[in-house]
Each structure stands twice: as C-alpha cells, then as structure tokens.
Ligand binder design. Sequence first.
Ligand SMILES: Cc1cc2nc3c(=O)[nH]c(=O)nc-3n(C[C@H](O)[C@H](O)[C@H](O)COP(=O)(O)OP(=O)(O)OC[C@H]3O[C@@H](n4cnc5c(N)ncnc54)[C@H](O)[C@@H]3O)c2cc1C
Ligand code: FES
Length: 272
Amino acid sequence: MADLTKGSYETEIVMRKRVSPSSFLIALSKPDRFTDAMPGQFVSLRIGKGVSPLLRRPYSIMDITKDSIVLLVRVVGKASAALASGKIGDVIDIIGPLGGSYFEIKNGCSVVFVAGGTGLAPLLFAARKWAKERSVGELHLLYGAESSNEILDDLCTGIFTEVHIATLDGSKGFRGDVVEMFKGLSEGGILPEGELFSCGPVGMVKALMDSNTVSFTDHYTSLEAVMACGVGACRGCVVPFKSNNGTEYKSVCGDGTVFRAEDIDWEKWGKK
Ligand SMILES: Cc1cc2nc3c(=O)[nH]c(=O)nc-3n(C[C@H](O)[C@H](O)[C@H](O)COP(=O)(O)OP(=O)(O)OC[C@H]3O[C@@H](n4cnc5c(N)ncnc54)[C@H](O)[C@@H]3O)c2cc1C
Ligand code: FES
C-alpha cells in the first residue's frame, strides 16, 4: 500500500531541461519521507521568496524516480517563468503529495488517454506506473497541442501501444483539436474498448463529454482549477456535482483531482 502522507519539504532543483519553446522538465530532489504518490496527485510549490507570487502554485507529478519528483512546467505567467528559469541547486519549498483521488488502471483493462497541453503530465505518470505494476491491456494516447513544436513525443516513447497526435495548425498529425481526432478514431473503431482518462483544459473535457463515448465503460478526468490552500480548506477550487439533494460541491485539491466526468455538473460549473 502506498504511503501518501503529505508533508512540507525543502527540495532542490536537480534537473532542468527545455522540451519545447514554452515547456520545461523540472526535477526536484525527493525528500526521504516523500515515499510515494499516485497519478493525478500534485505538489504545491512556493515559488520565489517575496510576496509575489503570493499563492503557492500546483503542479501535477509527472514521474517519481528513486531520487526525484519530475514536473512538466509550461510558462504562462510570473510563477511558472520563475520556476522554469530556476538553476540547479535552487531551493523550492513544496507541499505534497496532494489530492485525494487518482487514476487507477484495473488489471487487464485497456485505456484511452486524452491529453491537452500539459495535461499530458499526470497521464504519463498513470500509464508508466500501471504498465509497470499491473498487467494492462492496450494503452492509446491521443495528444493535442497548438503546433508540432509543443508536442513532446520524446516523453511518450515506449509507454503506449499507440500515440495519436493532433495539432491545431496541422504541422503534425491530425489537423484540428484532439476531441475532433478522438471522434474520428472512435467512429472508425480504431480505439480499444475500456476506460477513458483525460486531462486538459476544461473546454476539452466538456467537448469530450459531448462526443460519443458509448464504447467506454467510464471516463475519469483530472481537473485543474485555480487554487489557494491546496488542501481542501478554503473551498476556493470547488466544482459542482450532480446530486439527489441539489448541487454538491467538491474541491479539486482535496476530493480530486480525479473525478468521474459524468458526475460533474458541467451546466452549473462556472455559474457558481
Ligand atoms: C491540480 C493542478 C495541476 C497542474 N499541473 C500543471 C502541470 O503539470 N504543468 C503546468 O504547466 N501547469 C500545471 N497546472 C497549472 C499551473 O498551476 C499554472 O499554470 C500556474 O499556477 C500559473 O502560474 P503563473 O504565475 O505562471 O501564471 P498566472 O499569471 O498566475 O496565471 C496564468 C493562468 O494560470 C492559472 N493559475 C494561476 N494561479 C493559479 C493557482 N494558484 N492555481 C491554479 N491555477 C492557477 C490560471 O488559469 C491563470 O489564468 C496545474 C494546475 C492545477 C490546479
Ligand atoms: S484550494 Fe483551498 S479548497 Fe482547494
């Protein structure tokens, strides 16, 4: 049984590698007591020493090695830029592993993974971990980004049965978004029956819900939401769920990040 007790740690950057014009792999030294984590769990980083950025920033765990915790960081603003430009030996304060639910592949099950952008990170962790620890069926990755230079194929090598790429500008693979590609492959009978795991922008996951997923036994998604405390206390990251007694709100950081997509009240989300 994994030891998932969260803690607060001082780590160091032990590896930094640019993998696309906007994304970096950052490996942090793994504290001795940070023994394990599950796919879909994340760490919350204090980036910088001043008051700005004030809030910690959440990052999905992409991999855990004997000595390191590996993150995929896309530069979108001040904190991610500071993290991505860190130097080997820089000290970063983290809390983790956070999140109360995770992706789990059942023995013998096939999974179709749908990733948008850095949503790739927890899905890579899931595929790698469960393929190592279980007998799994076919693992297909459908992966979309704006352009070929943001597609991180090297990170996906040797993990999946097949990788299907979509780019919005058509510079690699299918021209269009990953959900359009999903529909085509699904209707063409190319994808195995089994479960669907997704992670990406909310619009991508909503569109997946609206597309035909009848051949999938279940769809689990790892959600992203703006976070403050990261531990289920402030209710800042809650999402509405369908419930017999009206709407029930669950926190992405404490109850998630992984939820059954069908249980989310997509109509109400964004209207709270
Ligand atoms: C559970 C979870 C896992 C994530 N995993 C990854 C990952 O693997 N790789 C990756 O590149 N990004 C990931 N993110 C997003 C990442 O946290 C944001 O990109 C980062 O916080 C942006 O900070 P910034 O100062 O650079 O940008 P800002 O200028 O602050 O904001 C840019 C955008 O980032 C988002 N954001 C800002 N602050 C927060 C916050 N405190 N919590 C959540 N989102 C915020 C908002 O959508 C905002 O529009 C994850 C987010 C969550 C919630
Ligand atoms: S960030 Fe505080 S409850 Fe999720």
